[in-house]
Design a protein around this ligand. Structure first.
Ligand code: CP
Ligand code: NVA
Length: 306
């Protein structure tokens, strides 16, 4: 058996600054190509192992694989032996004999890392409790579309993160560390992002305790649910703890007048974001959702044909 050199995408910082910049540029090219363009995944098959629900990530990866000339197979843990306790390391080695890449959504990030260490094929993080890097590539494309490709590499681009210091916030921290834009987070006490990632971002990131401070001068205002998948039992407590953290028109008035609003979706209207903002003229959330497809085409091309 000939070992293939493989490359994983488990976090944003698995890419260099240049690679991340080029990935976003390439995603924009894939967007222009629509359903056309090259088919770098000819005869390749992706395996999608999802231990949490998904609409956007699952569908965009499946469609991306087909449009790139390959195939995708959804593997619910309920129906595979993983759900009956077959070890990850065995699963990873077996699936590597059939598949060309694994796209994995799970809870503990360590589980994803174990799978990646045992798999002979590229492993892509489709969300863990700790990070959501594929979403951030699409988000960077969405920002680049509005403010220019150069903007994402500039310190004077200010991105506000309002709410939970969760998987999304962590991946944004990695992105600002790589690209050098400014990230201003507003998180209630006890809900800060990963301190190691905050330290890594250095002067590019800062945590505030009020949303108003974070959005000052921001060109991008970004939020996410207060209770992520797996935290449903804490929802009521979190609604109390995040009081005042809603992204609404009053908060947006403190941002740059050109500011756009991002939300990875699904959204809870009236909690982290108002109906008026989500459906209003600043919101680019459906472009952002569409961009998952284009971003993932660029990513699959990089990992499987690059
Ligand atoms: N934003 C996102 O990852 O959505 P899904 O949970 O629907 O995949
Ligand atoms: N933080 C959210 C993102 C969903 C795409 C969650 O983990 O549920």
């Amino acid at each position: 058996r000939i070992a293939r050199k493989k490359r994983d995408f488990l976090r944003i910082t698995d890419l260099s600054r240049e690679e991340l910049t080029e990935l976003v540029e390439r995603a924009a090219e894939w967007k222009l190509l629509g359903k056309g363009g090259p088919r770098p995944l000819d005869r390749m098959t992706l395996g999608l192992i999802f231990e949490k629900a998904s609409t956007r990530t699952r569908v965009s990866f499946e469609v991306a694989a087909y449009q790139l000339g390959g195939n995708a197979m959804f593997l619910s843990p309920r129906d595979t032996q993983l759900g009956r306790g077959e070890p990850i390391r065995d699963t990873a080695r077996v699936l590597s004999r059939y598949l060309d890449a694994l796209v994995v959504r799970t809870f503990e990030h360590a589980k994803l890392e174990e799978l990646a260490s045992q798999a002979d094929v590229p492993v892509v993080n489709a969300l863990t409790d700790a990070s959501h890097p594929c979403q951030i590539v699409a988000d960077l494309l969405t920002v680049a579309e509005r403010f220019g490709q150069d903007a994402i590499g500039r310190e004077d681009l200010s991105v506000a993160w309002i709410g939970d210091g969760n998987n999304m916030a962590n991946s944004w921290l990695e992105a600002c560390a790589r690209l050098g834009f400014t990230l201003r987070l507003a998180c209630p006490e006890g809900y800060d992002p990963d301190p190691a990632l905050l330290a890594q971002a250095g002067r590019h990131a800062r945590v505030f305790r009020t949303p108003r401070e974070a959005v000052e001068g921001a060109l991008v205002v970004n939020t996410d649910v207060w209770a992520s998948m797996g935290q449903e039992g804490e929802a009521a407590k979190r609604i109390r703890d995040f009081a005042g953290y809603i992204v609404d028109d009053a908060l947006l008035a403190a941002a740059d007048s050109r500011a756009i609003v991002l939300h990875c979706l699904p959204a809870h209207r009236g909690e982290e974001i108002s109906e008026a903002v989500l459906e209003g003229p600043r919101s680019v959330v459906f472009d952002e959702a569409e961009n998952r497809l284009h971003a993932q085409k660029a990513l699959l091309e990089l990992l499987l044909a690059g």
